[in-house]
Structures are given as C-alpha cells and as structure tokens.
Ligand binder design. Structure first.
Ligand code: ZN
Length: 398
C-alpha cells in the first residue's frame, strides 16, 4: 500500500518538488520495505531463524577453539567486503532452491578468515562463514572469491543443516555442520581432528551432501547474477581446483578424494549459465584463462598467456596494437576454440575462426630478428600451444 501511495505522489509531483524531497521519499520507502520485510516473518519462521542463529553461534565457539583466526588485515577486509555484498543480496532476493528451506531467510551474516594454508571454506547454521587463507590466495579475482562466498551463503540461507536434521535421525547434530565443509576442501586439518574424521565419513555416505552441494552451487550462481561480479568466477574456481586436485590426489587421500569438485558440478554450472545466455567469459574471472600484456625493452609490449609469450609488438604504437590484440585474443580464447581454428593469412595476419586477431609488422620482425613470415608462424604456433593448455583447464564436458 505504502509503495503505491509513494508512486502516486511522485507521478503527481510538479516541477516544484525538489530533488531532495524525492530522495528522502525513496529512503523512507526503502526503510519501510525493510520494516515490512521483518514484520512479514511469522513467529514460527522467526523461531527457525533464531534456532539456526543460536546453533551456529554455539558451533562458532567450538570452531574457534579448534582453528586460529587470521590476523591478515587485507584478507579480512576482502572477505568481509565481498561477503557483505553477497549477504545483502541473499537477504533480499528469493531464489530457486533445489534442496533445503525454500523461504527467504534473512540471517545476519558474518565472515571470518582462518589461518590455514588449505584451500577450504565452510558455513555454519545462521550465516557464520569461514574462509581459509589458502583459499583466498588461490582465488585469483574477486569474482572467484565472490563465487565461493555465494556458495557458502546459500548453504546457510537454505538452512541445509536444519534440513538434514529433519531428514535424518541417524546423524547426530554434531556431524551435520561438517557436511557443509564443502567442495573447496583440501583439508588435512579437519580430517586430522580425531573423531571428526569418522563423522565426516558418515555424513558423506548419506547422499544428502550431494543434494546440498548442488543446491548451494545453483543458489550461489543466482546470487552472483544479482551482483556486480562475473558469475563465471565460480566455474573457473572449480575448474582450477579440479586441476590442482589431480596433482594432489597422489599425496592426499583425505576429504579431497571423497568430496571432489566434480565434473558434473562444472557441467551443471555451464548449463545454468547457458540457459540465461550468459557468455562464458573465463578470461574476466581468472588469470589462468587470460592473455595479459607485459612491457618489454625499448617500449615493446608482449602478449602473454600463462607466462609464455605469444607475440611481441614493437614500434611507436606497440601499446595500442597490443591492447587491441589482447581484447581479440581473449574473446577468441573465451570460446575455447580448437587448434585448427588458428591460421595464418597473407603471410603476416594471425586469424582465429576467420577473424583477424592481429597483424605482424616489419618493425615487430626486426625487433625479434626474424622475418615477418617467421614471426607470424611463431605467434600462430604459440597460440596453438596456449589453446592446448586452455583445453586442459576447461572442464565443462565439451
Ligand atoms: Zn558446499
């Protein structure tokens, strides 16, 4: 009612209505919506929220006895800033919940950093979210970190622990939060905490953890769509972690093995993004997928992928030509093309899927001390090698 009234007023407003006035009105309306939102929770719903918050708070005390909190101010600032943005979105927006409590549950979220090198994060009931230093280091961009935080927020928002408690009488309540030690887990620490190891095992066997992870992935993605961050960040994070895992499997037979970042999860994310016509611009979310520029001697500028040089531009407008090439190369790489999509035209033009990527000039060749044709062939070969590496990083079932 109030909303309609406010709208009516502003429509009727004449030129004499000042800007200040309408701004104040808008603020009042926002405040009212907040009040309305809180008032909407019926007592039973409020009791559920309170119960989760209390349970979560109890667990934080146990957890913080077990783990040391980080003193790294930069990490804490980064996690809390991005976390607050995602939390605000989760508090306001009803999203599709494939498993868990489907209501809009407006928790007061808190985000803390654990001093530990593992790539891990977990979520306790009531919105208490912990991120390990190792994960913050591994996340290459805010987009990737936002993706992880959105996933953890979804676990809390969908009340996964309460849902598990309802669905299972077999599991003791202590077991439950540990299920939510999520995908991002490469942890020796947790499995090393004696009895916790066997409890995690029981939880993993239940099959509910899979449904919870799927729901958190999908919920997190929906939160990302409301945010300023690239939703593809969660995909690049999972893909890169999976690659890491292939090496770590040999040494770590712990949680990593029983609860991997699976190919199915990556494929599902790709499908969800496709349904919404969101292009998979991996280059925007992670350096591992991005062609970047490096200044070289004498004003030359090199285009580089994964620390390997693709081509170095020379001459007075080297910088501008390099920037144009990087844009086109990243668009091209984001399509995850095949090696045969790269070709050379007229001896000095490098082409990707029939689009010109860049031209090699005499001044480039001179600086490289080879012929123009030779340098063009070298660049083409370097791009193919990079595409080969890229294909190994992409994990979406194509
Ligand atoms: Zn999870």
């Amino acid at each position: 009612m109030f909303t309609q009234l406010a709208l009516g007023l502003s429509l009727m407003g004449s030129a004499s209505v000042t800007h200040e006035h309408s701004k104040a009105e808008a603020l009042a309306e926002l405040a009212w919506q907040e009040v309305e939102q809180q008032a909407k929770l019926d007592p039973r719903h409020q009791a559920d929220i309170d119960a989760d918050t209390k349970l979560g708070k109890d667990y934080t005390e146990q957890v913080e006895k077990e783990f040391k909190l980080s003193q790294n101010a930069a990490y804490i600032e980064r996690v809390q800033r991005i976390g607050a943005e995602i939390a605000a979105i989760a508090r306001k927006n009803q999203v599709s919940v494939t498993w868990g409590d489907k209501r809009l549950n407006p928790f007061d979220y808190t985000f803390k950093v654990v001093e530990d090198k593992d790539i891990n994060a977990f979520s306790l009931p009531g919105g208490y979210i912990y991120v390990y230093e190792g994960l913050i280091q591994f996340a290459e961009t805010d987009d990737e970190l936002a993706g992880v935080l959105a996933h953890e927020v979804a676990h809390a928002s969908f009340r996964h622990v309460a849902t598990l408690q309802r669905e299972s009488a077999k599991l003791q309540s202590l077991t439950l939060p540990l299920i939510l030690i999520s995908i991002f887990s490469g942890s020796q620490t947790l499995s090393g905490v004696g009895t916790l190891a066997s409890l995690i095992g029981i939880a993993k066997g239940s099959g509910w953890s899979v449904a919870a992870e799927e729901a958190a992935d999908y919920g997190g993605l929906q939160y990302m769509l409301y945010s300023e961050y690239q939703p593809v960040g969660i995909l690049t994070f999972i893909e890169r972690l999976a690659k890491e895992q292939r090496f770590m499997d040999r040494i770590d037979m712990g949680i990593f093995r029983t609860h991997p970042p699976s190919r199915e999860r990556a494929e599902r994310l790709v499908r969800h993004l496709g349904e919404r016509n969101i292009p998979l611009r991996r280059s925007m979310a992670s350096l591992a997928y991005r062609v970047v520029l490096r200044d070289a001697e004498d004003g030359q500028v090199a285009a580089v992928f994964d620390r390997r040089k693709l081509i170095t531009f020379a001459g007075p407008d080297a910088r501008r030509r390099a920037e144009e090439a990087a844009l086109k190369l990243n668009e091209f790489f984001d399509q995850v093309p095949d090696l045969f999509d790269v070709s050379v035209r007229s001896g000095n033009i490098v082409v990707g899927r029939r689009q010109e990527l860049f031209r090699v000039r005499e001044e480039d060749a001179k600086a490289a001390k080879v012929s123009t044709e030779e340098l063009t062939q070298q660049a083409s070969a370097a791009i193919k090698r990079s595409l080969y590496l890229l294909a190994y990083r992409v994990w979406d079932g194509r």
